[in-house]
Design a protein around this ligand. Structure first.
Ligand SMILES: Nc1ncnc2c1ncn2[C@@H]1O[C@H](COP(=O)(O)OP(=O)(O)O)[C@@H](O)[C@H]1O
Ligand SMILES: N[C@@H](CC(=O)OP(=O)(O)O)C(=O)O
Length: 454
């Protein structure tokens, strides 16, 4: 049995639904289907998830939201009408959308999560209706019914291990297609909580592990995962096969095509992931496989970059001799619930790198003030202009001269490096630079390792 997940770009309108349906029907073993919310139909279109966020914000601010309600419904109506779905079934979808503000939520964060989740919840319902209309034995399954339980923050949830026990007991027939909405689960108290953005990939991986699938096929809008973001590099090399840990590092650093957290259930269940194109399902796509026995074909597999970082740089003489210095800083971060990403250090210096999306401006000020008062550094600098580039490859293990090649290339482009981190993970080199230099740095490193593709 296989789990197939369709991204929002693959379920944006009737025509793309049609492609997805032919993929579902092409193989009887494609039994578990995970849907995202309708995505962009054209470049400047708005994803339904973003419309739902606007809707929730309008409700919270007591603004008029009737136009947004109609915009959201029209996305489902367009798809429903393409397949001639009953008016009554479509008006149920309309009813659910307009009823959202009238439900009870424990707080505003849970309200936001519940609104967001309806992008996928309604799309899975619609997919089941369309399949049934075509005479296919399909069933919409809500995460509540399947026992997909989540913990943690309402808009950044993590799966509860009890989910796997529940899924193992879920009853279904051999000839049945189960249509699950991606992106969300239910807390133990029965409230909706979503994964982080792009989290339908996580649902697919959870179901693949829970149902012990033979393969997790993740359908998107590109032929494969490429060695660099195709928006930055012209015709980058497609990756045929890569390991879980390569993908985790690359998706964490910017390969948005597959969510980094989705690798964890796949790793735990030893499930191979196949990223494929909905428009070209005959192409092999990319296989993401276990690390054991993997034979790398080249030194570097991929080069990713993210510009949403910031760093706190601290300098203090004899820092290495002061017991508890790092602990005091971490206690401050812990007190304010601020996670950090990386912490490279030297004898007198330490740089703490943060995901800037997770820290407000006020929090930056509070942390800087408190760190100053607590550890009394000789100097402290908050660097908002911070990008991270990650060069990843199993082929780098025990290889001499990889870093030298990267740094020569960056020097030739006059790109300043503010941090290098190699060693923590033996298959990657992390480079800190200015945001303005990040794209050029990726291109330069790509040219160095993939000269034939230029
Ligand atoms: N290295 C990469 N390889 C392929 N696609 C990438 C890469 N890095 C970023 N992307 C982007 O990821 C997009 C697909 O991811 P996403 O938008 O989440 O798709 P979906 O809507 O199918 O979930 C591609 O259209 C591409 O722009
Ligand atoms: N719809 C959600 C979750 C998701 O995974 O979407 P997509 O598969 O289109 O990236 C989002 O936009 O974040």
């Amino acid at each position: 049995m296989k789990v197939v997940k369709f991204g929002g770009s693959s379920l944006a309108n009737g025509e793309s639904f049609e492609h997805a349906i032919s993929i579902i029907n092409a193989q009887p073993e494609r039994q578990i289907v995970v849907t995202s919310a309708p995505g962009k139909r054209f470049k400047d279109d708005i994803k339904v998830t973003d419309l739902l966020i606007n809707y929730a914000n309008a409700v919270l601010k007591h603004n008029d939201y009737s136009v947004i309600q109609n915009d959201i419904f029209s996305r489902y109506e367009e798809i429903g009408q393409y397949f001639g779905v009953d008016r009554a079934a479509l008006s149920t979808i309309h009813q659910i959308i307009v009823e959202l503000p009238n439900k009870d939520y424990p707080n505003d964060d849970y309200l936001m999560a519940a609104f967001k989740a309806h992008g996928e919840r309604l799309n899975a319902r619609l997919m089941a209706l369309v399949l049934q209309k075509k005479g296919i034995n399909a069933r919409f399954v809500d995460p509540k019914e399947a026992g997909l339980i989540v913990d943690g923050e309402p808009n950044n949830a993590i799966v509860d291990p009890q989910t796997y026990v529940n899924l193992a007991h879920f009853d279904y027939q051999n000839d049945e297609k189960l249509i699950f909405p991606g992106f969300f689960g239910f807390t133990i108290d029965g409230n909706i909580a979503t994964f982080s953005r792009g989290g339908s990939d996580i649902t697919g991986a959870i179901l693949a592990r829970g149902f012990n699938a033979d393969l997790y096929e993740n359908f998107t809008d590109v032929d494969a995962i490429f060695s660099a973001n195709p928006a930055l590099v012209d015709h980058p090399q497609p990756i045929k096969r890569m390991t879980y840990r390569e993908m985790r590092e690359l998706s964490y650093a910017g390969f948005s095509v597959f969510h980094d957290e989705a690798l964890i259930p796949a790793i735990q269940g030893n499930i191979v992931v196949n990223v494929k194109n909905t428009q070209a399902p005959e192409k092999p796509g990319t296989l993401i496989v276990p690390n054991q026995g993997f034979k790398p074909q080249q030194i570097v597999t991929g080069i990713a970059g993210g510009k949403h970082y910031a760093a706190l740089y601290l300098h203090k003489y004899l820092l290495n001799r002061e017991a508890g210095f790092t602990l005091k800083i971490l206690e401050i971060l812990n007190k304010y619930g601020v996670p950090y990403e990386h912490m490279p250090s030297g004898i007198d210096d330490i740089t703490i790198i943060f995901d800037r999306k997770l820290i407000s401006d006020d929090m930056v000020q509070t942390i800087c003030d408190e760190v100053k008062a607590t550890v009394n550094p000789d100097s402290l600098e908050w660097i908002d202009d911070y990008a991270i580039i990650m060069v990843v490859g199993e082929g780098m293990l025990n290889r001499v001269g990889v870093a030298a090649g990267i740094f020569d290339e960056l020097a030739a482009q006059n790109i300043r490096i503010s941090m290098i981190n190699q060693g923590a993970s033996r298959i990657s080199i992390m480079i800190g630079t200015y945001k303005k230099d990040a794209d050029n740095a990726i291109r330069a490193i790509y040219r160095h390792f993939f000269p034939k593709n230029n």
